[in-house]
Design a protein around this ligand. Structure first.
Ligand code: COI
Length: 355
């Protein structure tokens, strides 16, 4: 079991006011977690310290070859003042899948979860309580060898920072408009598309800018080979409700295995809602739209939670989904997932973990 030293700040910051909209990822708490890795000692020197700048050699490998990974999860305050995490071991397991692919040393799942719990406990007064808010947790690992050759680093830092957040999209629960990208691709099977690493996100930025300039919130990626099968959206997985059935692209090797994605599939099972993970082409979606069976579209993600999609733009075609309004299913998933996370709905699945 990990042994974590705690050094508290002597100069705590002022907490954001209740009126602050907590724009995603802009405010950081008083403390951060750090742990180092070197081949002699393995992961060592686990500590919670005041949030501050970190000092790195400009030659640190992370800056040159992008050997880094990150995760995202949230802490929630319940009505009776408990703090809950949602399926944190899933993030720890996914972190290790990313680590394996990127030649980063793995972290035992229980140590990852303990680090998250200890940091959140230290900064517990930062967990916001207003509806739609939570404490976003961002664990990440960076390669720190001062070296310019291309190989895996020998040394690393594992850091966790915390940020009180509101909705990821300014739209909140109002449906977002999505641009289907047909010029650039994000990832291909065998690459790093299913890992959580900065490279996947920088690959998305050119299209993201293009979509934003055209008035859209996010990009929906098609597969990199055929350019026709649906993959995922910039910051979330994607679901469609077609003729009463919930469908989402199967994890093909280039799609991120989202925790909220898995949660929605588990809920469908529990509710007896027909749901499937399969290869879905954009032509099938268009056909469903044309024949009136495309009932709802929504994205899932830790940051995005459940985000209804009101419009899909595909070349010269504009698909308005459910009259641009939030659908009943999207609403039910949102209410159930957030209800369990906030302790308002009984957690029959054992998904929540108290800090
Ligand atoms: C998350 O949902 O936690 C993510 O990591 C998406 C992020 C790119 C904002």
């Amino acid at each position: 079991m990990i042994n974590i030293r705690i050094e508290k700040t002597a100069t705590p910051k002022t907490l954001p006011s209740q009126d602050n909209p907590l724009n995603f990822g802009t405010i950081f708490t008083d403390h951060m977690f750090i742990m180092n890795y070197d081949p002699q000692n393995g992961w060592n020197d686990a500590r919670v310290v005041p949030y501050e700048k970190i000092c790195l050699e400009p030659s640190s490998m992370v800056f040159h070859y992008g050997q880094e990974m990150f995760e995202g999860l949230k802490a929630y305050k319940t009505g009776d003042e408990r703090i809950l995490l949602f399926r944190p071991e899933k993030n720890a397991q996914r972190a290790n899948n990313t680590n394996k692919r990127l030649c980063i040393p793995e972290i035992p799942v229980e140590d990852f979860v303990e680090a998250v719990k200890t940091l959140v406990k230290t900064d517990e007064k930062w967990v916001p309580t207003k509806e739609g808010t939570s404490l976003y947790i961002r664990p990440f690992i960076i390669a720190t060898d001062p070296f310019l050759g291309v190989r895996p680093s020998d040394t690393y830092m594992f850091i966790i920072i915390l940020s009180p957040v509101g909705a990821y999209y300014p739209e909140g629960l109002n449906p977002v408009r999505i641009w289907i990208e047909d010029e650039y691709v994000r990832a291909v099977k065998g690459g790093i598309g299913e890992t959580k690493t900065g490279g996947n996100y920088v690959a998305s930025m050119k299209s993201q800018v293009k979509a934003h300039d055209a008035g859209y919130s996010q990009v929906l990626w098609l597969d990199g080979v055929h350019r026709k099968y649906i993959e995922e959206v910039g910051a979330m997985n994607i679901f469609f409700k077609i003729n009463g059935e919930v469908v989402t692209p199967a994890l093909s090797g280039s799609i991120l295995p989202g925790v909220t994605r898995d949660t929605v599939l588990e809920l469908c099972k529990a509710w007896g809602v027909p749901a499937s993970e399969k290869r879905i082409s954009i032509d099938e979606i268009y056909e469903a739209y044309e024949n009136g069976t495309l009932e709802e579209v929504f994205g899932t993600g830790t940051a995005a939670v459940i985000s209804p999609v009101g419009e899909l733009k595909w070349g010269d075609k504009t698909l308005i989904v459910n009259d641009g309004k939030i659908g009943d299913f999207s609403r039910k998933f949102y209410d159930t997932v957030t209800g369990i996370q906030l302790g308002n709905i009984k957690d029959e699945f054992g998904w929540t973990v108290e800090v």
